[in-house]
Design a binder for this molecule. Structure first.
Ligand code: TXA
Ligand code: MG
Length: 330
């Protein structure tokens, strides 16, 4: 199918909402990365997301909704979850809550991989918000890339992987945050597990909750793609924490000291060492260097401080550097 490029206008959003209503797939900008949206209540529409992405079916999707009231219509929030939603929504935070069982199928079984929980998020991007309101229901949306590949932060990135496989993409320009949402599971007791570091720094969440976040405990299910070893992977190999590149390596630098003359292509995540800027640039820089380097080449990456958004950046880099699986996950 030809993929339509829609403008970030009222008409573009209205057309996108019509496509969603007809069971189609629309990629749309959020403040984190572009999402690949489908009607979260329709098993058939959600199935098309997995098909287009080549995504393993057992990975649940986030339901994107316009406001807290809609979140409460499909899931049950504990008091702590509620306080976080009030503090950080709209924004890059996904809360995994118990799905409501007193109403029939608030979201398709396929969207939550048959789990009793559902991940919900109210995005801050004006176009995402307009689309959710125009559509009037929850929109299931993973990042709009082929499964396992680098997440898209522009409409062009989306088309790189999904052109011809989805109905449309709304071009809303580059994403302002650049890494995906932080995902939390909060128990009724208030105990909070960090399932994926992301756009809201863990430190800010701990301040709001007044308690430390727990790392994912062994035995916690389900596994998220964010927990798959290899994810966000460019074709080239990555070598992390590299003070400088080896002779034949491309280089991703961070901070003011990195201005050497190296023979291979180099890019900086942030010349001033700003972690927010680095998060915004991370996925486009990975894509750019991946396109410039031969298949068996390697890309060295400077050390990134493990604080604030650096935690999410290092998480994505570690997964991008992990050995590739050979069968079920791509
Ligand atoms: O910023 C984001 O979160 C982007 C934009 C488009 O909103 N979306 C995104 O979706 O990153 P995706 O599918 O690439 O990653 C969603 C993560 C997965 O690791 C998935 O397993 C986890 O959320 N997840 C979703 N529902 C869950 C649930 N009920 N329990 C545990 N993990 C869940
Ligand atoms: Mg993803």
């Amino acid at each position: 199918m030809p993929t339509k490029l829609l403008p970030p206008t009222e008409a573009g959003v209205a057309e996108a909402a019509d496509i969603l209503r007809a069971g189609g797939l629309v990629a749309f900008p959020t403040e984190t990365v572009y999402g690949l949206g489908a009607d979260a209540r329709s098993e058939a529409a959600v199935a098309r997301i997995f098909e287009a992405k080549g995504r393993p079916r057992f990975n649940p999707l986030i339901a994107h909704i316009p406001d807290l009231a809609t979140a409460e219509a499909i899931s049950r929030f504990s008091a702590s979850a509620l306080s976080l939603a009030k503090r950080f929504w709209p924004g890059p935070l996904t809360l995994v809550a118990d799905r409501r069982d007193d109403i029939p199928a608030p979201v398709a079984l396929l969207a939550t991989a048959g789990l009793d929980t559902v991940g919900v998020r109210v995005p801050a991007h004006a176009i995402a918000s307009a689309l959710l309101r125009a559509f009037g229901g929850p929109v299931a949306a993973p990042s709009a890339n082929l499964s396992g590949a680098v997440s898209p932060t522009t409409a062009a990135h989306v088309l790189d992987g999904l052109e011809g496989k989805i109905d449309a993409v709304i071009d809303g320009g580059p994403c302002a945050v650049g890494v995906e949402s932080t995902i939390l599971r909060i128990a009724d007791s208030g105990e909070a597990h960090l399932l994926r570091p992301g756009g809201v720094p863990a430190e800010d969440i701990e301040t709001e909750l007044g308690r430390a976040l727990l790392e994912l405990s062994a035995g916690f299910t389900p596994s998220s793609p964010g927990q798959l070893e290899s994810h966000y992977a460019p074709k080239a190999k990555l070598r992390l924490n590299a003070i400088e590149p080896h002779k034949h390596e491309a280089y991703i630098s961070f901070g003011p000291h990195a201005s050497g003359e190296w023979p291979c292509p180099t890019r900086t995540l942030s010349p001033t060492g700003d972690l927010s800027e680095a998060a915004v640039r991370l996925f486009s820089v990975l894509r750019e260097l991946d396109a410039l380097t031969p298949e068996d080449a390697s890309i060295a990456v400077a050390p990134i401080p493990e604080i604030a958004l650096g935690v999410a950046i290092n998480d994505r880099l570690r997964r991008a550097a992990a050995p590739r699986p050979t069968c079920t996950e791509k």
